[in-house]
Design a protein around this ligand. Structure first.
Ligand code: PLP
Length: 364
């Protein structure tokens, strides 16, 4: 049987939750589990996370409804909100929290007939990301319209950072300033403090002033670093996902011979090439370039030549290996962020793009 697998480790996940809680001990934790929990498998992850987090964040309605259908009872916030009256009714029925990021969504809530049901709304402010959210002045007006509606039970204020992973980012300071100014204005108007939520993983780890009532970690939960120049291990994060496979053939090549499609790599000396059963059909990135690290029997070796659909080729160098030996593509002992850099991408994408082929193994 083909032994390409994805091991997902609960103890690493719990460790990462503890690391994040330690950074912002007074904040409630909304675990971002969109995109199948960043490719880790939403059902199992939701089961593991429910006792240790305060809520879940997903991208769209169907992801939230699937969590409810799986029996999740804790708060779920839908980051893109809803777009039709029917979706709004479904969300209210399922007691979801909805991000409201546009005037169209304010309109939708205003026109809806709540029939006794009310939703918690996260009013999203565009403080500089310029993706979703209302500009502060529009958010202020939207707040005034929303907080009188029978269909709105509570309103919180949310924003999202564009560059919190850049430690010297002026933009983050500006975003914090705009958010706080609006939050304070609304608190004054309201006579109480509105729930607030700013921080993603990078902000939780590096911008203590972004702590709010709620924080929204994603990638750090799964054990990756959001920063280019600081590793996950530096923060005490542990990889939740390990991708493994096995050597299925060894080729001896002579100096001058090439390896793989396109003959893109030429041996400069006699070399032993391990063929490992993983490829882009499994979610290993096709753009991983020659030199990308692969652990064979725990030793760092270098990928050479092109990634195929089902196989990669690895120069064993001084490492001894034979057919059946283990290869780690990322995870335990090999930082996914390093592999991502060699592939010209980020760990988020590597996690999300693992296909259905590798078998999932959930362990403690
Ligand atoms: C609105 C929002 N909040 C939080 C996050 C989590 O971000 P990260 O995975 O960088 O922690 C995301 C992810 O993209 C997001 O879209």
């Amino acid at each position: 049987m083909r032994e390409c697998s994805l091991t997902i480790r609960r103890s690493a996940l719990l460790n990462n939750v503890a690391v994040l809680r330690h950074c912002m001990p007074n904040s409630r934790l909304l675990a971002m589990v969109k995109a199948d929990a960043y490719g880790h498998g939403i059902n199992q992850l939701a089961t593991w996370l429910t006792p240790v987090v305060d809520g879940f964040g997903v991208a769209f309605l169907e992801e939230a409804l699937a969590l409810r259908a799986a029996g999740v009872r804790i708060p779920i916030a839908v980051m893109e909100g809803v777009f039709t009256a029917e979706e709004l009714a479904q969300a209210a029925q399922a007691e979801l929290q909805l991000v409201v990021h546009s005037l169209e969504q304010v309109e939708l809530l205003t026109e809806a007939d709540p029939q006794g049901l009310a939703v918690m709304v996260w009013l999203k402010v565009n403080t500089g990301m310029n993706r979703l959210g209302l500009r502060p002045v529009d958010a202020l007006r939207a707040y005034q319209r929303l907080h009188v509606l029978a269909g709105v039970s509570r309103i919180g204020l949310m924003t999202h950072f564009a560059a919190a992973d850049e430690l010297d980012s002026m933009l983050t300071d500006a975003q914090i300033g705009r958010f706080r100014a609006l939050h304070e204005a609304l608190n004054r108007e309201q006579g109480s403090v509105l729930s607030d939520s700013l921080a993603n993983s990078a902000a939780i780890l590096a911008w203590p002033e972004t702590a709010g009532e709620w924080v929204r970690p994603g990638i750090a939960l799964y054990g990756s670093s959001p920063f280019v120049d600081q590793s996950a291990a530096f923060f005490g994060l542990q990889p939740v996902m390990t991708m493994r496979s096995r050597v299925i053939a060894i080729q001896s090549v002579s100096a001058g011979e090439t390896v793989g499609y396109g003959a893109t790599w030429t041996a400069t000396q006699a070399s032993q090439i391990a063929v490992v059963a993983v490829g882009y059909g499994d979610g290993y990135p096709r753009h991983a370039r020659t030199g990308t690290p692969v652990l064979i029997n725990g030793q760092r070796c270098a990928l050479v030549g092109r990634v195929s659909m089902d196989m990669i080729t690895v120069d064993l160098g001084e490492t001894f290996a034979q057919v059946g030996d283990e290869a780690v593509l990322w995870g335990d002992g090999l930082d996914i962020d390093e592999v991502a850099r060699f592939a010209g991408t980020i760990s988020y994408e590597l996690c999300c793009r693992v296909t259905h082929r590798p078998k999932r193994i959930y362990i403690d």
